[in-house]
Design a protein around this ligand. Structure first.
Ligand code: SF4
Length: 381
């Protein structure tokens, strides 16, 4: 599946570039105590080996920053640091990292009398002097209080977007373009909406995607996957992080999950009905998991792909889902949907149930419905 990416600008982070036509970069973060240099270096290496393009190190104070210096000496990974509430930490950490992230909502905690624009100018100056990229990281839970006060308390999206745009404008007014933006929430539907709306307004700015507090696998991966499927299939997203609650040694699972989600989206193995923006046949089949009740599902998904090849030029979406947990809901948005039970496969047309058929009969039933759809499209010209 050739997914058309948004025409974002290219941003260099150490040895890699994100945006434009560059591959979507996968990030993670160390969860060790940063001052335990050996453990943090070991975890950085483990993340790199798992395929991390960027590794974030937690730095909360000057002792962590001191440790960062030594960590930098022991790894060539692309490193990033989150400034958290102390934006002045920028000058201490920037010499040792490739990207610094600041949260517009956190710029109020120190030096309250100083305008935020001055603080941003300072961060940009430090980034320029140290060859660093910047991420403007907006979080639903810590949005700029002035922005939150301007909008209805129920509307968490508008303040996030306004805050992000304001900071993009500020960085650009300083002639600094080496930045990306993230807009995160713990609700995947909000992550989808806020990123879609931002990408419409500023399609040239690379986006870092993530769902905060996603939780433990498999649920944390599923939540994140839903958001990424809907965004990446539409060309939105230049770098990703899957945030998982896992024991320390398992941190590389974040990278494995991220890479798995990306390759599944590219292959059409998705859990939600995804519009890839194609005007041709769109076949999606879930990646399968422990909930599959009949192994014949995997073979069926393959057979559906082969059998429907003759319809490749028609604008039709067919979804093949592996179980009764997600299948009934997830097939609602497809033109033709199949979801597999232990002995029967359920067939739906635009959300309407057409019946349950044995595995050896379903392909014929599907072909009948597909031909009818093709006739309708031909008749409509
Ligand atoms: S549809 Fe069911 S089997 Fe397929 S990935 Fe989702 S939960 Fe697993």
């Amino acid at each position: 599946m050739q997914i058309k990416r948004n025409p974002t600008r290219s941003v260099t982070i150490g040895k890699i570039q994100i945006g434009q036509d560059h591959a979507i970069a996968v990030q993670s973060m160390t969860a060790t105590k940063t001052q335990d240099i050996d453990a943090t270096v070991a975890q950085t290496h483990a993340l790199e080996e798992a395929g991390a393009d960027v590794v974030r190190i937690a730095v909360d104070n000057l002792n962590d920053a001191e440790a960062l210096k030594e960590i930098r000496n022991q790894t060539s990974a692309n490193l990033s640091v989150d400034l958290q509430e102390n934006y002045r930490l920028a000058e201490v950490v920037a010499p040792f990292v490739d990207k610094i992230r600041y949260n517009p909502g956190h710029l109020y905690h120190h030096e309250r009398e100083k305008p935020w624009q001055e603080k941003v100018s300072y961060i940009v100056g430090i980034a320029q002097d140290n060859d660093c990229a910047i991420r403007i990281g907006v979080n639903c839970g810590s949005v700029d209080p002035e922005k939150a006060a301007k909008f209805d308390a129920e509307d968490s999206i508008a303040p996030m977007i306004e805050s992000a745009i304001e900071h993009c404008d500020q960085l650009e007014s300083l002639d600094f373009q080496r930045f990306c933006v993230s807009l995160k929430d713990s609700d995947p539907q909000k992550v989808i909406e806020v990123n879609r709306r931002f990408a419409e307004l500023r399609p040239q700015i690379p986006l870092h995607l993530g769902v905060t507090e996603a939780g433990m696998p498999p649920d944390g991966i599923i939540k994140t996957r839903i958001a990424f499927e809907q965004l990446i299939s539409q060309g939105i997203g230049d770098t990703i992080r899957v945030s998982l609650t896992v024991p320390n040694p398992q941190k590389p699972e974040e990278i494995e999950a991220g890479r798995g989600i990306l390759s599944d989206i590219a292959a059409g193995r998705v859990r939600s009905v995804v519009d890839y923006g194609l005007d041709t046949l769109n076949i999606i089949s879930c990646p399968s998991c422990s909930r599959v009740e009949n192994e014949a599902f995997v073979e069926l998904a393959q057979q559906v792909k082969e059998m429907t090849r003759y319809a490749k030029d028609y604008h039709i979406t067919i979804a093949v889902m592996g179980c009764r947990v997600n299948g009934p809901g997830e097939t609602d948005d497809a033109d033709l949907g199949l979801w597999c039970g232990p002995n029967y496969v359920n067939l739906k047309r635009s959300g309407e149930a057409l019946g349950a058929f044995p595995y050896d009969e379903i392909l014929g039933k599907l072909k009948f419905e597909l031909d009818a759809l093709i006739d309708t499209q031909n008749a409509a010209g």
